[in-house]
Design a protein around this ligand. Structure first.
Ligand SMILES: [Zn+2]
Length: 125
């Protein structure tokens, strides 16, 4: 639960949530694209050698939890984890109040403090 300075309660327990975002700079996006590409290339090389090799690569990256015997599930897990690791986890969280449009941007990733911004139209009325 997040309460905006206008007093509106914003649910943050629902996932996925239309009121929550991640703020990714162009530089961070470029780094993420390069890092996902490099990791995907390494994973595809391992997968070309077989499922055991691919699972060994997965285990070296994330441990036992993502090791899977089904090739399609394995690929989906790797794609999901690469996006999470390189795109979402590095980007500050943002929350938008659906009632008044105020926007709150996390000061640091993994920190529970936010800077709030009021839409210009609301500030002038
Ligand atoms: Zn609000």
């Amino acid at each position: 639960m997040f309460v905006c300075t206008g007093g509106h309660r914003i649910s943050t327990t629902q996932y996925p949530n239309e009121n929550e975002f991640n703020l990714l700079s162009q530089a961070a996006a470029e780094r993420a694209i390069a890092e996902v590409g490099q990791s995907l290339h390494a994973f595809c090389d391992a997968l070309a050698e077989g499922l055991d090799s691919a699972n060994a690569w997965i285990q070296s990256e994330w441990g036992e939890n993502l090791v899977h015997s089904d090739r399609d599930t394995m690929i989906a897990n790797v794609a999901n984890e690469l996006i999470m690791r390189h795109v979402i986890e590095d980007a500050p969280a943002c929350v938008r109040c659906p009632e008044c449009g105020r926007f709150y941007i996390q000061r640091q990733v993994y920190e529970n403090s936010y800077d709030g911004f009021v839409p210009e139209a609301a500030a002038q009325s």
